[in-house]
Design a protein around this ligand. Structure first.
Ligand code: FAD
Length: 442
């Protein structure tokens, strides 16, 4: 808790009450205070300690943003809506802001940007120090349970009555709802913000875990290869065979199923697809330069190889010529041969039947991954779904249903892929709300 020597009325009747001291809430508080230092700003958070998600983010290094951000990096809302938000607070502004509060960012080869110290703790401390410098009060252990609009009040007087579970009452003029989604509920983001928003006239689209590891049925043969990781293209197809989504990145096999950027990034699409089409399928290409290898070209190559080296063992030929980019590929291939293809890996090339050759090629191009579930909210990095952007005025992040209410960050129906995109969405929406509020109240 940040204690500031302020009159008690500024705490109970703040100009701006921010609910949620996560990335979005802290950023909005700082910018509101910087633009209009006369405003009393109070942040309430249900958690004992704020900023848990910042601390655990990016493997405790906090992937603050990405060097290039575009609407294509997000799902949920329309590209046009997301573009309006991203344009209002750019990457350059993000980098400059963090530099000002003592956090220099460095760019990694993937485009991800981290603090030069590789410390998420430094990022959180810098944000909290800036809040403290600006006189922003943060009350922890204050879970908001209700927000009641006070109708027909003059603009200079309180517009809401807010109650917390510990029976405190606040009467702010403006509210920013920055309560996040449902991912990592132990951090305090337990979805209770959605109930608050619904009571104020908002709808919530279906919410599902996103950026979440995917699971196989117990005992699936690939779980025995836990730790094996390789670059692949994952393809999500409808039961009709139509491609729904493709994503190329590194895939990690684990004791429960699939993790790594490829699985995490495609998870929200897989979960959405299987809700409507339970037979939607996920496959992984095992061949790296897939675009140079069609089914036909691979078949020709295998027929030619059988003539040239008839006694070569199938597994040696495939690992050497096609899977050199996969460390541990012979283990992977042995497992696939025995559990999926039912082919003896030591079959001499010349003795490979036509049917076996064809099923092998199909598998190399698209190994079926029998994903049956996901690891749920405790392992999800973000939430897919939330409050639709159609209910928000994107110039101010204000509610179209309740005057003087603003909604920012992960509570909204937008989720980004891995790479700093979710924090950038939090920074951008927070900045828009801060600017609008600072301009509208005095
Ligand atoms: C393990 C992990 C790693 C991640 N790594 C990255 C990364 O490197 N880069 C990236 O861009 N994104 C990352 N993310 C995603 C990113 O952390 C979130 O998208 C971002 O923190 C959302 O910010 P927010 O402020 O909207 O919500 P949150 O950070 O969820 O904050 C919401 C706050 O509201 C409080 N709250 C909720 N309900 C109430 C209530 N009723 N009353 C009072 N307070 C309430 C919560 O306690 C919480 O403090 C990661 C997420 C996880 C879980």
């Amino acid at each position: 808790m940040t204690h500031i020597n302020k009159p008690i009325s500024s705490l109970t009747s703040p100009d701006v009450l921010i609910i949620g001291a996560g990335a979005a809430g802290l950023f909005a508080a700082i910018h509101t205070a910087r633009i209009n230092p006369n405003l009393n700003i109070l942040i309430l958070d249900s958690a004992k300690q704020v900023g848990t998600k910042i601390l655990v983010s990016g493997g405790s290094r906090c992937n603050v943003t990405h060097h290039k951000v575009s609407p294509k990096d997000y799902a949920g809302a329309s590209k046009n809506q997301i573009n309006k938000i991203l344009k209002s607070y750019t990457i350059k502004q993000t980098i400059n802001f963090f530099e000002q509060i003592g956090i220099s960012l460095k760019q990694e080869p993937t485009g991800k940007m981290f603090p030069t110290t590789d410390s998420a703790r430094d990022v959180l401390n810098a944000l909290l120090s800036e809040c403290s410098r600006l006189g922003i009060t943060i009350l922890t252990n204050h879970k908001v349970s209700s927000i009641q609009p006070l109708h027909s009040r003059p603009p200079s007087s309180p517009q809401f009555e807010v109650r917390t579970e510990n029976t405190h009452q606040f009467t702010p003029r403006t509210i920013i709802l920055a309560t996040g989604g449902r991912s990592l509920p132990k951090s305090g983001s337990d979805g209770s913000g959605y109930t608050l928003a619904q009571a104020l006239g908002h709808t919530i689209t279906n919410t599902t875990p996103a950026l979440v590891p995917l699971t196989f049925p117990k005992g699936h043969y690939l779980t025995s290869l836990s730790g094996l990781s390789f670059d692949t293209t994952l393809t999500l197809s409808a039961s009709t065979g139509k491609t729904i989504h493709q994503h190329s990145a590194s895939l990690l096999l684990t004791h429960f199923g699939l993790s790594g950027p490829a699985a995490m990034d495609i998870s929200r699409h897989f979960i959405a697809a299987t809700q409507n089409d339970p037979h939607a399928k996920l496959t992984a290409s095992l061949i790296s330069d897939q675009s140079n290898h069609s089914f036909e070209s691979l078949e020709q190559q295998l027929i030619a190889a059988a003539k040239q080296s008839p006694t070569s063992h199938l597994i040696n030929h495939i690992t050497k010529n096609y899977l050199a980019h996969i460390p541990g590929s012979s283990k992977l291939l042995t497992a696939i041969f025995s559990h999926h293809l039912n082919i003896d890996p030591t079959t001499p090339l010349a003795q490979l039947s036509r049917d076996h050759r064809r099923s092998l090629i199909h598998t190399l191009l698209a190994l079926p991954l029998n994903v049956t579930g996901n690891r749920g909210w405790n392992y999800a990095e973000v939430t897919a779904g939330g409050i639709p952007l159609t209910e928000i005025n994107l110039k101010s992040m204000s509610s179209r249903h309740t005057p003087n209410l603003h909604l920012i960050g992960e509570i909204l129906n937008v989720d980004g892929r891995i790479g700093g995109f979710n924090f950038q969405f939090a920074w951008s929406t927070a900045y828009i709300a801060a600017q609008a509020i600072s301009a509208s109240i005095d």
